[in-house]
Design a protein around this ligand. Structure first.
Ligand code: HEM
Ligand SMILES: *[C@@H]1O[C@H](CO)[C@@H](O)[C@H](O)[C@H]1NC(C)=O
Length: 218
């Protein structure tokens, strides 16, 4: 009896977790479809939403563009996304707000568990006309990334994100802002929290991706 109850509870929990993961988000602002995951950084329920949109019809083991959208509570100092699911040797995006509450996006690479430095292999273009905004509780941005779905992890060993399946991503959170708040190359204070999830890219495909992106980055 008790055992059945526990199994039932467990199944329920697993279902809840599955349902919470990879929501499909139709973004009214950009018109893009995103696959979306919410990651807690505080036990009181505060978290960062990570959304990814990609073109449809992408072949596996190729480099393709991706759009990243993040929704971030205002108490976050910086938020990081590691496209390869760990800190070292993959494209890292670090985002924070500058002195006029503008979004600063910084493309980084870490050789180990040391401060990531500027990385020119991935470039981000902020969407200014739609998808980037803030209010009393949150800020969000949307940006095109070139170079986030394929990279050389060292000694020519290429890593590719699957356009049709789950990819392990990682995030990090710091309550403190970077020292030079208006410089993308600023030194960063270390994170308080990091975490991982599997992001399903199969729900992120967009027909007409390139046309939408060129309109949104114009
Ligand atoms: C000043 C900047 C940073 C420093 C000094 C730093 C340092 C470290 C250290 C020492 C660890 C090991 C912690 C442990 O073993 O418990 C770690 C882990 C980690 N860091 Fe950072 N970090 C920095 C920035 C970042 C950024 C921007 C990200 C972006 C997502 C990130 C993501 C992670 C992740 C996911 C882990 C878990 C271990 C792994 O998957 O490699 N870190 N970091
Ligand atoms: C504040 O902005 C965030 C990010 O755009 C959004 O998710 C949230 O619903 C907004 N809250 C209100 C009360 O409008």
């Amino acid at each position: 009896m008790l055992r059945t109850l526990w199994i039932g509870l467990l199944a329920g929990l697993i279902q809840t977790a599955a349902a919470a993961a990879d929501a499909i988000y139709q973004d009214p602002d950009t018109g893009l479809v995103f696959s979306s995951n919410f990651q807690l950084y505080k036990s009181d329920g505060r978290g960062i939403t990570f959304r990814v949109a990609i073109p449809d019809g992408v072949q596996s083991y190729t480099a393709y563009d991706a759009v990243i959208q993040m929704v971030v509570p205002n108490d976050v100092g910086w938020a990081g996304l590691a496209w390869g699911g760990s800190m070292p040797k993959n494209p890292i995006l670090v985002a924070w707000r500058g002195s006029s509450n503008n979004v600063v996006l910084s493309s980084r690479w870490a050789t180990g568990h040391v401060m990531p430095t500027d990385y020119s292999g991935a470039t981000y273009t902020l969407f200014k006309s739609a998808g980037t905004k803030s209010n009393a509780t949150h800020w969000q941005f949307t940006a095109l990334c070139k170079g986030c779905t394929a990279w050389d992890a060292g000694s020519g060993s290429m890593r590719y994100l699957s356009p049709r399946g789950g990819n392990r991503l990682a995030f990090a959170y710091s309550p403190s802002k970077p020292a030079s708040v208006n410089s993308p190359s600023s030194s960063l204070p270390i994170h308080d929290v990091h975490g991982y999830w599997t992001h399903d890219f199969s729900g992120a495909a967009n027909a007409g991706f390139d046309a939408a992106v060129s309109r949104l980055t114009a």
